[in-house]
Design a protein around this ligand. Structure first.
Ligand SMILES: Nc1ncnc2c1ncn2[C@@H]1O[C@H](COP(=O)(O)OP(=O)(O)O)[C@@H](O)[C@H]1O
Ligand SMILES: [Mg+2]
Length: 580
């Protein structure tokens, strides 16, 4: 490939510029920030689209330009004997883009996506690969020619795009560290353990619901049961009370003779008569004492003494006899009274008994109504116990399954950890193998390029197993430290360009951009390197050497000088002194 020209409109620092590029070694010179790298960015963007800009589609248009002003790049290049012209444009604040590509005078593709696809097919590389082949960044040549084999390894890995592999490897290592070592021995664990565990959990949950329902049923019936028990206790009490009354009731009414009122009346009459008689006896006694005087105590006449005394004595005796009879009668009445009193108690007892009996009947009726509840509660309790037994059983099973599953998980984690560890080893081996292939394959193109660059002074450049570069002198290989700085830089360029050749398997690398590879070199080293680069064209058709070191202008005939105009926009200060 040879880049013929770039036309930038409103692209980053470039308001409007057309840059013609000659073939061969071309210096692109200008101070830092002048807009040198922007040129390569514009070329990559026109080829592959927004993915190739540093900021995607945004920020490409020149700062301060109006939204309606399009940001556009046109590139013309030669490739495999044909001339191609691509135009790509951003519109509407960089949101949409437009592109087309011509092969010669024929329109080959239109639209941003079709254009990018066309370029990918034409160059046989996607944007990233193209970038790695043609664009050699600051530090890469140094890294390949420097003193540190590891750095050389890194640069090769980077340019050969093993970074993705490295990232995967890092991830796999991190993942494998997350699986701690676990059990390794084999145990017979059913495949469907997880489902079984899930089923067990569901079963336990449903059993617990069932248990709660049964318990609720028992609880709802318990007040009725308590009431029933109270009733039955009361019935028992009533029965006891009734039993206590029974002896009284067992005796018939006839056992108690006449009524208490009759007895009491008679008893009072008896009492009245007895006290009247006692009073008469006392009077008779007094009269007897009076008879012992002169006159009759009754009529005051003369007393016939003996006859009167006899009368009084008879009456006294009769009274005494009557009193004794009354006393006997009173004793009998006393007995009768006791019986009559008991009779009154019996009636009371009968009334009480009747009350108790009616209450008992009522309660028993209620108890009979409630009787079913006992059975229901018993049934519910039995069911509850049965469910509890089942729950225990399932809880035991569940816990055993959980333990087994936990064990299986640990074992599987252990296996995964080991697999990941193995994968990391394999990836590492794979990466090393790729690197090893690159290392060996690099020898040939690097030696060819070295021979060319040094005009046959050195012809053999190889990397040993440790990625130490060895350059042969007089048939014997030596480490690079043995050679001069300039020679080492040339070896570095040979390795880097050799790497590009390895990567561009479809078309040999013929276009190269070296961005600030001269930085930090003294004059003589720069001279040696520039001479080597000259010698590499051909076979390379074009090398764009980007540098801020303006003094190289003297050493390279074709130089494009980039600077700023009075408004601070980038511009080409000196047109190329083409040397095709
Ligand atoms: N959209 C833009 N409009 C104007 N200037 C821009 C824009 N984007 C980047 N720049 C400027 O371009 C310069 C970078 O150009 P670059 O080509 O990287 O410089 P160098 O010559 O050192 O390679 C910076 O000064 C940056 O601020
Ligand atoms: Mg730059």
């Amino acid at each position: 490939m040879i880049l013929r020209h770039l036309q930038l409109t409103n692209f980053r620092k470039y308001r409007s510029a057309r840059i013609e590029f000659p073939a061969g070694l071309v210096g692109i010179v200008g101070p830092n920030g002048a807009g040198k790298s922007t040129l390569f960015e514009a070329f990559a963007w026109v080829l592959f689209g927004n993915g190739m800009s540093r900021t995607g589609g945004f920020g490409l248009a020149t700062t301060g330009s109006r939204p309606r002003e399009p940001c556009e790049v046109e590139a013309e290049f030669e490739h495999a004997g044909e001339v191609y012209r691509i135009v790509r444009r951003l519109t509407g604040r960089g949101i949409s883009s437009w592109a087309k590509v011509h092969r010669g005078k024929t329109l080959a593709a239109t639209g941003p996506i079709a254009t990018s696809r066309f370029v990918r097919q034409l160059l046989g590389a996607d944007a990233r690969t193209f970038l790695r082949i043609v664009y050699c960044r600051q530090g890469e040549v140094r890294g390949l020619s420097g003193d540190f084999p590891t750095r050389r390894r890194e640069v090769i890995a980077e340019v050969a795009d093993l970074g993705l592999l490295d990232r995967v490897l890092r991830q796999v290592r991190e993942d494998s560290a997350r699986f701690p070592p676990g059990p390794t021995e084999s145990k017979n664990i059913p495949d469907d353990l997880e489902e079984r565990l899930c089923e067990a959990r569901l079963r336990i949950r449903s059993l617990r619901r069932e248990e709660a329902e049964e318990r609720g049923r028992v609880e709802s019936k318990e007040p009725t049961l308590r009431k029933l028990q109270e009733i039955l206790a009361e019935v028992a009490l009533l029965s006891r009370h009734r039993a206590a009354l029974q002896p009284i009731l067992d005796r018939g009414e006839e056992d108690f003779g006449e009524s208490l009122e009759g007895v009491m009346r008679r008893w009072l009459e008896n009492r009245g008569r007895a006290s009247a008689l006692s009073a008469r006896v006392a009077e008779l006694r007094r009269m007897k004492v009076g008879v012992r005087g002169t006159s009759c105590p009754l009529c005051g006449g003369p007393i016939q003494r003996e006859e009167l005394l006899g009368r009084l004595s008879r009456e006294g005796d009769e009274c005494g006899e009557e009193l004794r009879r009354l006393a006997r009668e009173e004793r009998e009445l006393s007995e009768l009274r006791k019986g009559a009193e008991r009779m009154r108690d019996r009636r009371k007892a009968q009334r009480e008994w009747d009350g108790l009996e009616s209450r008992r009947l009522t309660l028993e009726k209620r108890a009979a109504e409630m009787k079913g509840v006992e059975g229901e509660i018993r049934l519910a309790r039995d069911r509850c116990q049965d469910v509890q037994r089942q729950i225990q059983e399932w809880v035991g099973k569940e816990s055993a399954m959980r333990t087994a599953l936990d064990w299986a998980r640990k074992r599987s984690a252990n296996r995964r950890g080991k697999l990941l560890h193995r994968l990391a080893e394999l990836l590492e081996e794979f990466r090393d193998a790729l690197l090893e292939r690159a290392r060996i394959a690099l020898g040939d193109p690097a030696s060819d390029l070295l021979e060319l660059a040094t005009q046959g002074r050195y012809t053999d450049l190889q990397l040993d197993r440790d990625f130490r570069a060895r350059m042969a002198d007089g048939g014997r290989p030596f480490v690079l430290e043995r050679f001069s700085g300039g020679e080492r830089d040339v070896a570095g360029v040979a390795l880097r360009v050799g790497l590009s050749r390895l990567l561009s398997f479809r078309h040999p690398a013929e276009f190269l951009i070296l961005d600030e590879v001269l930085a930090g070199q003294d004059r003589s080293r720069r001279r040696i390197l520039l001479a080597a680069l000259f010698r590499l064209c051909p076979p390379l058709k074009q090398i764009l050497l980007i540098t801020h070191m303006e003094e190289i202008e003297d050493s390279i005939p074709a130089v494009i000088r980039i600077g700023e105009d009075e408004n601070g926009f980038a511009q080409v200060l000196a047109p190329s002194g083409c040397d095709r």
